[in-house]
Design a binder for this molecule. Structure first.
Ligand SMILES: Cc1cc2nc3c(=O)[nH]c(=O)nc-3n(C[C@H](O)[C@H](O)[C@H](O)COP(=O)(O)OP(=O)(O)OC[C@H]3O[C@@H](n4cnc5c(N)ncnc54)[C@H](O)[C@@H]3O)c2cc1C
Length: 341
């Protein structure tokens, strides 16, 4: 064996020992799998294996798993519903934390005048019957919207078709039909990059169109543990009818099946789907990935699409729109992991 080969073997053994120690630590916190294939955990149905895959069941496990993984020096990715990521075909190195923290609580709305928390401007004035909903960050936004409407609370009916978690909703300020999380968000509890828990008023998340302080750097590395939103008293039947209307609207405008929602953000004053269509790419297919006929800003996985196929379509759309209209399409879907080339 050459010296270089001996070094490589030693390095691999060191990595295995480190991994095993970390896996033991994580197993003491929550269930762990190795080599879990991520196509099972993304709405695209695409993505290779995660080295280590931990399923946390509450915010405390989430915080402890992140802290342990960070201490080992391994990269960490929080996986919500996997509805806004394209995972590479070679998967993700390090630790993927599958966030199944799903507790919720509804309490009468009371804002401590001494705290820095304020009602969002879009919410208006507080009224009798208003409530604060506390939700762990793995709660699906859509299920929360439906449950609240069933219970007669109004404020997030527009989110009943958004497939991500509350954590993902904070990261991107998820929104639909001219409404967004910023309209109702009061505060979030995060684990900051030094592993300290912090209670932050919504203003500190600096929510903007599909963006937040977590994405832009001011809060980089923060993991959302739980959120608090304000809702108002409404009539269940009316709210459920509104959700049914929005469901029908979504169904008529968007493809079903495996996809990751909008691929690109809408540039100021225009629509990404219109530009892609005008560039002649509606229905363009690479492998089993296709720019949807119904909504050209959606990429569909027709069965066995690879991350490389989706990435190639994304690059082609960006190149053609830039060439024809001089507009840079900015990706909304996040590319994570390895295996895009
Ligand atoms: C059919 C379809 C329709 C969609 N429609 C809409 C829509 O109308 N409006 C809209 O805004 N979006 C829409 N989306 C996109 C998507 O649902 C949202 O962006 C959602 O907020 C992503 O949440 P997630 O939990 O799936 O995040 P993931 O895709 O799992 O993760 C995305 C990123 O957020 C990070 N992240 C996730 N959870 C946390 C956390 N707790 N703390 C820190 N970081 C975290 C991840 O590490 C990753 O970097 C749609 C998607 C699909 C598939």
């Amino acid at each position: 064996m050459t010296l270089v080969m001996q070094d490589a073997v030693r390095e691999r053994k060191r990595a295995e020992v480190m991994d095993n120690r970390l896996i033991e630590q994580l197993r003491a916190i929550a269930p762990v799998k190795t080599g879990e294939v991520l196509s099972r955990h993304t709405t695209f149905g695409i993505g290779g294996p995660a080295d280590v895959f931990v399923t946390v069941r509450n915010a405390d496990e989430l915080a402890r798993a992140v802290t342990a993984a960070r201490a080992s020096g391994e990269p960490v990715l929080i996986l919500g519903a996997g509805s806004n990521i394209l995972v590479g075909d070679a998967g993700i190195r390090g630790v993927v934390i599958d966030n199944q923290a799903k507790a919720t609580r509804v309490e009468p709305l009371h804002i401590d005048p001494k705290s820095r928390v304020t009602l969002p401007t879009a919410f208006g004035k507080a009224r009798e019957g208003d409530a604060v909903v506390w939700a762990e960050s793995g709660v699906p936004f859509a299920s929360l919207a439906r449950q609240l409407a069933r219970d007669g609370y109004s404020g997030i009916e527009w989110a009943a078709g958004i497939p991500g978690t509350m954590g993902g909703a904070v990261v991107y300020n998820a929104g639909a039909y001219e409404r967004c999380l910023a309209d109702v968000l009061l505060a979030v509890t995060v684990l900051d990059r030094k592993n300290a828990e912090r209670y932050l008023p919504a203003a500190e998340m600096k929510l903007a169109y599909r963006s937040s302080a977590i994405l832009r750097g001011e809060c980089a590395g923060c993991v959302v543990l739980s959120v608090e939103i304000a809702v108002t008293k409404g009539v269940s039947g009316t709210l459920m009818r509104r959700i049914a209307e929005l469901d029908a609207r979504r169904l008529s405008a968007q493809p079903r099946g495996r996809n990751s929602g909008s691929t690109f953000k809408n540039p100021a004053g225009d629509n990404a789907w219109r530009l892609i269509d005008a560039a002649g790419l509606r229905g363009r297919r690479i492998g089993d990935a296709r720019l949807s006929e119904k909504h050209p800003n959606f990429i569909e996985n027709l069965g066995s699409a690879k991350a490389v196929d989706v990435a190639a379509l994304m690059h082609e759309a960006q190149r053609r729109v830039k060439e024809q209209f001089g507009i840079e399409l900015e990706t909304e879907v996040e590319l994570v992991g390895e295996g895009f080339a």
